[in-house]
Design a protein around this ligand. Structure first.
Ligand SMILES: NC(=O)C1=CN([C@@H]2O[C@H](COP(=O)(O)OP(=O)(O)OC[C@H]3O[C@@H](n4cnc5c(N)ncnc54)[C@H](OP(=O)(O)O)[C@@H]3O)[C@@H](O)[C@H]2O)C=CC1
Ligand SMILES: C=C(O[C@H]1[C@H](O)[C@@H](CO)O[C@H](OP(=O)(O)OP(=O)(O)OC[C@H]2O[C@@H](n3ccc(=O)[nH]c3=O)[C@H](O)[C@@H]2O)[C@@H]1NC(C)=O)C(=O)O
Length: 341
């Protein structure tokens, strides 16, 4: 399918104002790095998400999901295909009876923590300073200060192949919607592994017990499901106590982390039994630069963009840090930041 025909079909689904061609990803990532996305697409409803995904699969067009862009390194040459941005149109936060909070994939962790505080619900304070969305938090099992997303989550609303919903161990997952229009959600080409040709995508509330969360990983990540939202179970507490905990964590974060400079948070995962920042500091890498990418002098676990760093600069710096740390300590550092190719 030629590009113009494909982009016309996406424009028909989401409306012209929600399809941006050649949109610089640097404007949508906290690293402030990244060339143009061929098509940045902002669906307005779950149905539109499903329709765009189906259209991409049918046409063999690559698809990426972007939340707040706080944990990605986007390539300098840009990204071909569709970058699906789930932010403002999926940013609702609803406080439900029984301490439940239901948030859209595009709601920021900060917005969810604020809503919980206002409702006198505790448990999400740990995430109040994590600069991402609920979608990113579910995929990565976001964690900070001894808390992690999996601790408080009841279910994750996802777009999954119909066969997975039917037989893939969804347990008591509610099958809430089926997208059946041939041109939009079914009859998609290139079935995923284990998926029957021509089947559709369905929206399912995946129970936490089926989410296979680990340290910065999840079933949603491994299976490539789009996260549409999540429901959290929080507990009653006084708003003053909740606010005090959020303020304390914000202070600790600002004191230790280089929040004033663009970055994508921790560059590397914590290797078992070690702290990445300490290993990097001990290997003498603090302040090390490639171009305008620098190992932060405030927290060695962060690569920061001190001017006009490129993705190539960051990748070269990551490789050099990995080499020096391996040489100094024998430990291999694995990137936590998603390196988009
Ligand atoms: N502890 C901390 O202080 C920090 C933690 N982080 C972590 O990174 C997360 C980043 O969130 P955010 O900035 O919104 O994410 P990003 O926009 O940075 O996207 C990160 C990755 O998550 C996937 N993704 C994002 N949203 C969705 C979705 N709705 N459905 C499916 N996949 C999705 C994408 O996968 P794909 O590439 O496969 O398309 C993408 O590569 C945070 O929630 C947190 O876990 C980040 C910074 C600091
Ligand atoms: C920033 C992120 O998450 C952060 C999260 O905010 C904080 C707070 O809970 O704990 C993790 O950082 P971290 O492992 O660097 O934790 P910190 O408490 O800052 O540091 C751990 C230890 O390393 C030492 N340290 C840190 C930095 C440094 O330059 N030198 C050093 O010696 C600290 O003194 C401390 O003893 C998460 N990172 C990972 C990879 O797990 C992110 O995911 O992007």
């Amino acid at each position: 399918m030629v590009d113009a025909t494909f982009s016309d079909s996406i424009r028909t689904i989401v409306g012209a104002e929600n399809l941006l061609a050649d949109e610089p990803l640097a404007a949508h990532t906290t690293f402030r790095i990244g060339g143009p996305a061929q098509w940045l697409v902002r669906p307005r409803t779950e149905y539109e998400v499903a329709a765009v995904c189906a259209a991409c699969r049918q046409a063999g067009v690559p698809l990426r999901i972007l939340g707040a862009g706080s944990n990605v390194l986007a390539p300098d040459e840009g990204l071909p295909g569709v970058t699906l941005q789930l932010t403002d149109n999926f940013a609702t936060v609803d406080v439900l009876p029984g301490g439940l909070v239901r948030a859209g994939a595009g709601a920021t962790n900060a917005a969810v923590a604020e809503a919980a505080w206002e409702a006198g619900l505790a448990g999400y304070e740990f995430a109040s300073g994590i600069p991402g969305t609920i979608g990113g938090a579910a995929i990565m099992n976001a964690g900070a200060y001894e808390g992690q997303f999996s601790d408080v989550t009841v279910s994750v609303r996802c777009l999954v192949p119909a066969s997975t919903a039917a037989t893939g161990g969804m347990g008591a997952a509610e099958r809430v919607e089926q997208c059946e229009t041939a041109a939009e959600c079914t009859g998609v080409g290139g079935p995923a592994e284990g998926e029957k040709q021509g089947e559709g995508l369905v929206v399912v509330d995946v129970p936490a017990s089926e989410a296979a969360w680990g340290y910065r990983t999840s079933r949603m990540m491994h299976e490539g499901w789009v996260v549409l939202g999540a429901t959290l179970q929080l507990r009653p507490d006084s708003p003053a106590a909740i606010r005090a905990r959020m303020d304390d964590l914000a202070r600790r974060r600002a004191e230790k982390q280089p929040l004033e400079v663009p970055s994508a948070g921790s560059t590397f995962k914590r290797p078992e039994g070690y702290f990445a920042g300490k290993l990097i500091q001990d290997a003498g890498c603090q302040g090390l630069c490639v171009g305008d990418a620098q190992v932060s002098t405030k927290h060695a676990g962060f690569v920061v963009n001190i001017g006009n760093a490129t993705a190539a600069d960051v990748l070269a710096l990551i490789a050099e840090v990995q080499r020096r740390v391996r040489e100094a300590s024998g430990v291999s550092l694995a990137p936590e930041v998603r390196l988009w190719q």
